[in-house]
Design a protein around this ligand. Structure first.
Ligand SMILES: Nc1ncnc2c1ncn2[C@@H]1O[C@H](COP(=O)(O)OP(=O)(O)OP(=O)(O)O)[C@@H](O)[C@H]1O
Ligand SMILES: Nc1nc2c(c(=O)[nH]1)N=C(CO)CN2
Length: 532
């Protein structure tokens, strides 16, 4: 720990130092509502500048400062009354240290390694030095439960009603920086698990008479006021996998309170983990929802069940897997639901299709970061065999026909001798890998980015029984769904393209995303008459 050097004592000589590092607590400091609600790890390092000679001479604890006491003080500040700023937390710690008369000066560093920063980073810290001249700008926080020290309360300490308002987190939410994804409203209570509750009483203030306790609300059960973006991953490797995934998109879009906004290309991916099993087909949906996270989970589990999902073994083959990758910016852990999905950050079969449909997407939480970057380093990235663009519009041709006589959903894996379809070698979309050389991007005008699915193709089967999606729909002229040889073009300069020496010979990838052609965005129709 490097501070800015020794502090001179009254005799002009450098003072001694007691260094305390890595005091850690879960705190609820931050300007964002979810930081207030869920809490995160804060760490502090403290250097006390003092003259230790008298204590050493008499071997007398009373003549020095007990580091154990200071550690508790620091911990109390970290875990205590929420502040918007790390700077404020650092001042409070400095004030606590200088409350010991022997301390001439104090250096404080407060670390916030899980700060909501949208790019990969190790840590963020605030470092301050305070002494008897350059004093802390806040008074020492009084220990909880010592109301007789109320005189030490900060002048701006809130009254009980003000504190109640602060605890509602509304102001924090209002101050939150504009983000692409609205955070769900913060619940007024402690988080789910593993995060100790904070004492909402302002420290050192005589507590107001007890009011009705707020019911404890799990953030995973809080439905947002405004729609929140939810990222959903689909996977299947049993039965008619592509047809299942197409139907799942429709089923998920029909969940009341949830709208599918975008659908990624379909990825064929080598199975990761679990037993020997066929390749998966994977896709990612971007949706907006006013459901709580747990409601989304249950609705997705119902869709899994509708498709004959049985849970036999971990990471085993399945007719349909629906995972919630991320819900707004929420970071929460419970037995039944963890957000963001704890393994999403290392799964190319999630990250690659996600980055295709949302190139600037960011995975929140610990180990998160820009999705495209995570995709580039995901351990299974060489298992991404290909991506199909128009899989919603044209199931028969986008992927080769399913193996003959596949087992009924849930009855058994597609035998490895009859795996999921390979890159087509015949049919409208067939293209030998060499047809499009690696560096040959599609001219920008070939397919306008973000061109929406033609309305008739987007209509989910249940909404347009006259036009079942399983029947190929003739693409409109110039439609992104017109057969395009480049849809399986190699992507040798893609960040996540498999190294050529490890890629299977039939592997083909999308061309680089200068977005010369965007994956066709699927914009499901949301008829106003739908009961949402
Ligand atoms: N973000 C999440 N999305 C979906 N399920 C989750 C999530 N977090 C926790 N779960 C829980 O995980 C349980 C197991 O889910 P599932 O059987 O789909 O796991 P899996 O697909 O085999 O493995 P993985 O979780 O690694 O994808 C579910 O019952 C669900 O309660
Ligand atoms: N390629 C691939 N591998 C997996 C998948 C998946 O969807 N795709 N799902 C798993 C458990 O959710 C385990 N392994």
């Amino acid at each position: 720990m490097t501070f800015s050097g020794a502090v001179p004592g009254p005799d002009g000589q450098p003072l001694d130092q007691i260094r305390l590092t890595g005091v850690t607590a879960t705190g609820h400091h931050g300007v964002l509502a979810h930081e207030r609600a869920e809490g995160q790890v804060f760490r502090a390092d403290v250097v006390l500048h003092l003259d230790t000679r008298a204590a050493a001479r008499g071997d007398d604890l009373a003549a020095t400062v007990s580091y154990a006491d200071v550690a508790e003080d620091v911990h109390d500040v970290l875990a205590g009354r929420p502040a918007d700023l790390v700077e404020t937390v650092a001042e409070r710690i400095a004030a606590a240290a200088l409350a010991y008369p022997a301390v001439h000066a104090v250096d404080v560093r407060v670390h916030k390694p899980q700060a909501p920063i949208a790019v990969p980073f190790d840590d963020v810290e605030v470092a301050i030095r305070r002494d008897r001249v350059r004093t802390p700008v806040v008074p020492a926080e009084a220990p909880a439960g010592e109301p007789e020290q109320a005189a030490q309360v900060e002048p701006e300490a809130p009254t009980a009603p003000e504190q109640a308002e602060a605890d509602s987190h509304e102001p924090a939410a209002e101050r939150a920086p504009v983000t692409a994804v609205p955070a769900p409203p913060a619940p007024p209570a402690p988080p789910v698990t593993g995060v100790p509750a904070f004492d909402p009483e302002p420290l050192g203030v005589v507590p107001a008479p007890p009011e009705e306790p707020e019911p404890v609300r799990d953030p995973l059960d809080v439905a947002p006021d405004e729609p929140v973006e939810v990222v959903i991953a689909l996977g299947a490797n049993l039965g008619e996998a592509q047809a299942t995934l197409r139907q799942a998109v429709t089923d998920i879009d029909r969940i009341a309170g949830l709208q599918v906004m975008e659908v990624s290309p379909l990825a064929r991916t080598a199975a990761v983990g679990g037993p020997e099993q066929p390749d998966f087909l994977n896709a990612v949906l971007l949706a907006r929802t006013t459901l709580s996270p747990r409601e989304v989970l249950h609705a997705c589990q119902r869709v899994e069940e509708q498709h004959g999902r049985v849970r036999e073994e971990r990471w085993g083959p399945r007719t349909l897997d629906v995972d919630i990758v991320q819900y707004g910016t929420l970071v929460a852990t419970a037995d039944d639901l963890e957000l963001p999905h704890p393994r999403a950050r290392e799964r190319a079969f999630v990250l690659v299709p996600w980055a295709e449909v949302a190139p600037d997407a960011v995975l929140h939480g610990l180990g998160g970061g820009p999705v495209a970057q995570l995709a580039a380093t995901a351990p299974d990235r060489s298992g991404i065999r290909w991506l199909a663009l128009d899989w919603l519009a044209d199931p028969q041709d986008t992927v080769a026909p399913a193996p003959p006589a596949p087992p009924a959903p849930g009855t058994g894996p597609v035998p490895s001798s009859a795996p999921l379809p390979e890159r087509p070698t015949s049919g409208a979309h067939a293209v030998p890998p060499q047809t499009v050389p690696p560096q040959q991007p599609v001219p920008p005008q070939a397919v306008p980015p973000q061109q929406a699915l033609p309305p008739q193709a987007a209509v989910p089967p249940q909404q347009a029984p006259a036009q079942p999606v399983h029947e190929p729909i003739p693409p409109a002229p110039d439609s992104p769904f017109a057969p395009r040889p480049e849809q399986y073009a190699p992507a040798t300069d893609r960040a996540y393209a498999a190294p050529s020496d490890t890629a299977p010979s039939d592997t083909a990838y999308l061309p680089p995303t200068d977005r010369a052609f965007a994956p066709p965005s699927y914009h499901p129709p949301h008829a106003d008459d739908r009961d949402r």
